[in-house]
Design a protein around this ligand. Structure first.
Ligand code: ATP
Ligand code: MG
Length: 139
């Protein structure tokens, strides 16, 4: 059975462009409830650790620089079938390939600066949520 929580970040480009409100509105209107949220900034070390699965990819250095380059919003979201439904809501990694009406189609600039993160499995949603939030901060 699929889980009911996922983890998201509003990435530095979207924060810089004042898209936090618009993105949260889309998230709420799609039926997700916010169970934890913080406005924060990743150090290079923390961004490197968060994206460690991509360490061998050619874009890893760029990804770490970009994700630590400005503040982000981190949040745990709740909805039935959360991981899959949220990936649908955000759209493809490359905004040029994202479907109309998805968050990345509307708010992302490029494949590197693509406005939002969404967990890709229930297991990673739990790991990523724990990266940012203690048990006491989850509701
Ligand atoms: P995320 O994990 O952030 O939700 P995703 O699951 O759609 O995105 P991944 O393959 O996990 O995509 O890549 C993680 C992130 O690395 C992407 O969101 C993007 O910011 C960056 N990235 C992926 N591919 C490229 C690329 N070819 N060039 C530059 N950056 C990339
Ligand atoms: Mg991913």
């Amino acid at each position: 059975m699929s889980g009911n929580r996922t983890f998201t970040m509003i990435k530095p480009d979207a924060v810089e462009n004042n898209y936090i409100g618009g993105i949260l509105k889309m998230i709420n209107e799609a039926g997700f409830r916010i169970k934890a949220m913080k406005f924060t900034r990743l150090t290079k070390e923390a961004a490197g650790a968060f994206y460690a699965v991509h360490k061998e990819r050619p874009f890893y250095g760029e990804l770490v620089e970009y994700m630590s380059g400005g503040p982000i919003v981190a949040a745990i979201l709740e909805k039935d079938n959360a991981v899959e439904d949220f990936r649908k809501l955000i759209g493809a990694t490359n905004p040029e390939e994202a479907e109309e009406g998805t968050i990345r189609k509307i708010y992302a600039k490029s494949i590197a600066a693509n406005a939002v993160h969404g967990s890709d499995s229930d297991e990673n949603a739990e790991i990523e949520g724990s990266f940012f939030f203690s048990q006491l901060e989850r509701f």
